[in-house]
Design a protein around this ligand. Structure first.
Ligand code: ADP
Ligand code: MG
Length: 254
């Protein structure tokens, strides 16, 4: 098997008796855009949260950049990392939530600067300069001193993307980044994600925006019932689905 930037190996995850991830194997190559689709409750968010170690797996493991997420190798065994080391490791895996999750009491600039300074221990002055470049990249250089509540949802989500980029992650995970937005604000967020895709950033995006999947995905992954039912190019999965469950889902969303 070729070495992926993100490798999910035999991952199982249950909540009580509910098996939410029922044996997931997924490889994401560097520079690729992977779009995950599937019905509500199929385990898409849990898969992203497992990649970022926001949830522990019950079985299997995830590796990012060759490092097992949440654990360190000690000879043949894996030892769970301490919280501080998990936070540092997580800076390699940017996460953008549906609900933005900005720190409400911090300015836009402080939101972007926080993780590189506190989790990575980088010098504030250097990080601030880089944060201003990132804010410009997402079209918000004039909002550096604003508070999140003064921004529209689309602007807040663009700040969240700048914040996720600030730690220079190897991969960015997006969990339905436009689902909480008013329709007229979806485009400005998709534009930023499109720009990232074109610049070669490795992305894993859970979305119901099928136009986005068709345009930008290298791989579309269809999940149902905690399993990957099928995956392939957008033409394969969206236009010529092999499984009845995929066809039933696409009939509803397309
Ligand atoms: P999706 O993102 O595809 O809608 P999720 O990964 O959020 O699916 O959820 C998959 C299933 O796991 C759902 O049935 C959901 O109710 C359940 N679930 C998710 N998180 C928890 C949790 N913390 N405790 C219990 N059940 C959960
Ligand atoms: Mg979800």
């Amino acid at each position: 098997m070729s070495a992926g930037l993100v490798e999910v190996h035999g991952v199982h995850k249950s909540y009580g008796t509910l098996e939410v991830l029922a044996g997931i194997d997924l490889v994401v190559q560097p520079g690729e855009v992977t779009v995950v689709i599937g019905p509500s409750g199929s385990g898409k968010s849990t898969l992203l949260r497992v990649i970022n170690h926001l949830e522990r797996v019950d079985r299997g493991f995830v590796a990012v950049g060759g490092e097992v997420v949440g654990y360190e190798r000690r000879g043949d065994t894996l030892r769970e990392l301490r919280e501080k080391d998990v936070l540092r490791q997580r800076t390699q895996i940017g996460f953008v939530f549906q609900s933005f999750n900005l720190f409400p009491h911090l300015t836009v600039l402080e939101n972007v600067v926080e993780a590189p300074v506190h989790a990575q221990g980088r010098p504030r002055r250097e990080v601030e300069a880089e944060a201003r470049v990132l804010l410009e990249r997402v079209g918000l250089s004039d909002k550096a001193d604003a508070r999140p509540r003064q921004l529209s949802g689309g602007q807040q989500q663009r700040v969240a993307i700048a914040r996720a980029l600030a730690t220079r992650p190897e991969v960015l995970l997006f969990d339905e980044p436009t689902s909480a937005l008013d329709p007229e604000l979806v485009g400005e967020v998709l534009d930023v994600i499109r720009d990232l895709a074109h610049s070669g950033t490795t992305l894993v995006v859970v979305t119901h925006e099928m136009g986005f999947a068709r345009e930008l995905a290298d791989t579309v992954v269809f999940m149902d019932g905690g399993r990957i039912v099928e995956q392939g190019t957008p033409a394969q999965v969206l236009d010529h689905p092999q499984h009845a469950r995929t066809r039933a889902f696409l009939d509803k969303v397309l």
